[in-house]
Design a protein around this ligand. Structure first.
Ligand code: ATR
Length: 282
């Protein structure tokens, strides 16, 4: 039987610290309106020292939320404090989506599947490549490495400024994932069919060094998780070489889908109208 709380509350949150800049309320607000659901999705600023109490309020039902999204700096703590982790959250050690079910707090991480869903929507068949290059080894990279590995890409080369961090990531995700220093970037790009930037390079308006995109397959797809600006310096370099590109906005929109479906019971779509709404807000 469904938890009685589920029939009472139609409220979800995004919790972070700071949280002002989150675009999630715009996305979920759009879908709530689209479905005519009387509910809310609100920003909640919670400092690290108060996060455990916030989760306690969620579990007891006192806060009135059905679930929500978790962002920086709480993704690891959310994973620790949840009662039930799915396989993705458990392996990553980080959760971005929480929901109450039968009195227990469930957690998953939708960042990686948001990324792959974005590629599925714009370039179906993208996962037919043999080799991928992933630049960066931070939290976003972890979720993307996991999702790309789960789609069966046989060789994933992670290149990072700190080699140690790339090595930790390779150890965590098994034999398909290899760690390299920045100096190996050109070499690992040779013959690769997918290039993913997960670093903040290009976000601050600073120029970005020339990427060795001449080494990629001519059919390669280049993606960037940075979405401000939409056309990042890395994507512009790829375009100049005639390569296909995918911007980072799709990942942001698609990672929101599973949460909305959990909390509000309807599966929303990512369409041009939503994309344009978020672009207009940038
Ligand atoms: P996120 O959770 O958003 O992925 P993060 O954990 O801070 O953020 O990771 C940022 C990534 O961008 C890291 O791979 C970082 O490299 P290091 O691990 O060596 O720090 C990378 N990064 C950030 N600024 C960079 C720069 N100027 N040049 C190269 N890599 C950079």
């Amino acid at each position: 039987m469904a938890d009685s709380r589920e029939t009472i509350f139609n409220h979800a949150f995004v919790v972070g610290y700071p949280i002002k800049h989150s675009r999630s309320p715009l996305i979920h607000g759009h879908w709530l309106k689209r479905f005519g659901i009387e509910g809310s999705y609100e920003r909640v600023a919670v400092s690290p020292e108060n996060f455990e109490a916030f989760i306690a309020g969620l579990k007891s039902g006192a806060s009135g939320f059905r679930g929500g999204n978790v962002t920086i700096p709480h993704k690891e703590a959310a994973c620790r404090l949840a009662d039930v982790l799915d396989g993705l959250a458990e392996e990553l050690g980080a959760a971005n989506t929480l929901w109450m079910e039968e009195g227990r707090l469930n957690a998953t991480n939708t960042d990686g599947i948001g990324f792959t869903a974005s590629l599925d929507a714009s370039h179906p068949g993208w996962d037919g490549v043999d080799r991928a290059v992933i630049l960066g080894a931070g939290g976003a990279s972890r979720a993307i490495v996991q999702a790309v590995r789960d789609r069966g890409i046989g060789e994933i080369n992670v290149v990072n400024r700190s080699l140690e961090r790339a090595m930790e990531l390779a150890d965590r995700f098994g034999p398909a994932v290899h760690a390299h220093p920045m100096s190996a970037l050109s070499e690992v790009c040779e013959g690769a069919g997918l290039f993913i930037n997960t670093t903040s390079l290009g976000m601050d308006g600073e120029p970005v060094a020339e990427m060795p995109f001449d080494r990629l397959l001519s059919s390669a797809l280049v993606t960037d998780i940075v979405y401000v600006p939409l056309m990042t310096p890395i994507l512009l370099q790829a375009k100049a070489r005639g390569l296909a590109t995918v911007d980072g906005l799709g990942m942001l929109l698609h990672q929101a889908v599973p949460g909305f479906e959990r909390w509000f019971g309807q599966r929303p779509v990512v369409d041009e109208e939503l994309r344009n709404l978020v672009i207009a807000d940038m």
